[in-house]
Design a protein around this ligand. Structure first.
Ligand SMILES: *Cc1c(COP(=O)(O)O)cnc(C)c1O
Length: 339
């Protein structure tokens, strides 16, 4: 039994999800004619109380289109130093939009409105790039699944309004935050200009992300998606998986969060662990004692059928998900305790 805790993207569609996919009514979505894609887009827009949504093959493309939508080449984007849009999208902000990233030195991927205000540069100085967008990420990926304080997000919104900045949320794992903090999608819909969400992370769909915003923004996003090569044809088969995921796999994220907390508690009693970062959702990051060789530790875990990921310098990550069963969980705890 392989226990794969590398990411919540390793899940495979369940029988029920596959059956929903097989029964999907499809059409050519590049002509806007796929009824299941249209149904998903409407469902997600309504869920967030926003005007429109657009289906994407990946979260990266949804974020990159959002950045393109809100900026002109030469502009400046503000984000945390841990941000996915800066670290893990292949330099896309620079490549696709010609945008410079200004990195804020936050805590576990989260900064404050005061920090943002301090780093903002004035738009009336011709030497400086024009500030045009702020991106935040909830939950934070490199920050170990941390959730933002919603009051702080509101304060950041005020800074955005005052300085005429677009406000984008990379919500690849937003549903984890909603479940953990008992928040609603509508709260976020009211606050942000655009939101990207992923169905292929904790929600367990094989493929799929959406960008959500105003009708005007989504009309523009449709053109940019085409330009980026993201138009898909009978995408309704994928949209059906996304609809199934939204209807069945949101509330159960709490189970992943509970298991992750239990993994952290177990790690706290292991003599190979130096330190564990706080656990809020489905990610646990821990540091090996400096006397332990990371590569041989990972090899040993692999021999015991437990897969996790290295973030460098003895920093390791485990992510729980819907294919991580109760049986695997008991086994994993037993193995960790035995090392
Ligand atoms: C996974 C992820 C994305 C999008 O990733 P894709 O693999 O392109 O779908 C974006 N932002 C964050 C924070 C992520 O974790």
């Amino acid at each position: 039994m392989e226990i794969n805790l590398i990411s919540d993207t390793v899940t495979r569609p369940s029988k029920e999800m596959l059956s929903a996919m097989m029964q999907a009514k499809v059409g050519d979505d590049v002509f806007g004619d796929d009824p299941t894609v249209n149904q998903l887009q409407e469902k997600v827009a309504n869920l967030f109380g926003m005007e429109a949504a657009l289906f994407f093959p990946s979260g990266t493309m949804a974020n990159q289109v959002a950045i393109k939508l809100h900026t002109q080449p030469g502009d400046k984007l503000y984000c945390d130093k841990y941000a996915h849009v800066y670290n893990f999208e292949g330099g896309g902000a620079a490549f696709n939009s010609g945008v410079t990233c200004s990195l804020i030195d936050g805590d576990r991927g989260m900064f404050t409105a005061a920090q943002l205000e301090k780093s903002l540069t004035p738009n009336d100085n011709i030497h400086l790039p024009l500030s045009s967008i702020v991106c935040i990420e909830n939950t934070t990926n490199k920050g170990g699944g941390a959730c933002w304080d919603f009051e702080e997000l509101k304060k950041i919104k005020e800074v955005c309004i005052k300085n005429d900045l677009a406000y984008h949320l990379d919500g690849a794992r937003l549903f984890n935050a909603l479940v953990a903090k008992k928040e609603t999608p509508q709260q976020y819909g009211k606050l942000f200009d655009t939101i990207s969400i992923c169905l292929s992370k904790g929600l367990g769909a094989p493929v799929g992300s959406l960008l959500i915003g105003t009708k005007e923004h989504m009309a523009k996003a449709l053109r940019i998606r085409k330009l980026f090569g993201g138009g898909m044809r009978q995408a309704g088969y994928l949209a059906a998986a996304a609809i199934y995921a939204l209807d069945n796999n949101v509330e159960r994220l709490a189970e992943d969060h509970q298991k992750t907390k239990e993994l952290a508690t177990t790690l706290a009693s292991c003599n190979f662990v130096e330190q564990i970062e706080p656990v809020e959702t489905n990610i646990v990051i821990f540091y090996l004692k400096s006397t332990i060789d990371e590569a041989s530790f990972l090899q040993k875990m692999k021999e015991k059928n437990i897969l996790m990921v290295s973030m460098g310098d003895g920093k390791l990550r485990m992510v729980t998900h819907l294919d991580y069963t109760d049986e695997m969980h008991s086994k994993c705890i037993e193995i960790l305790k035995s090392i």
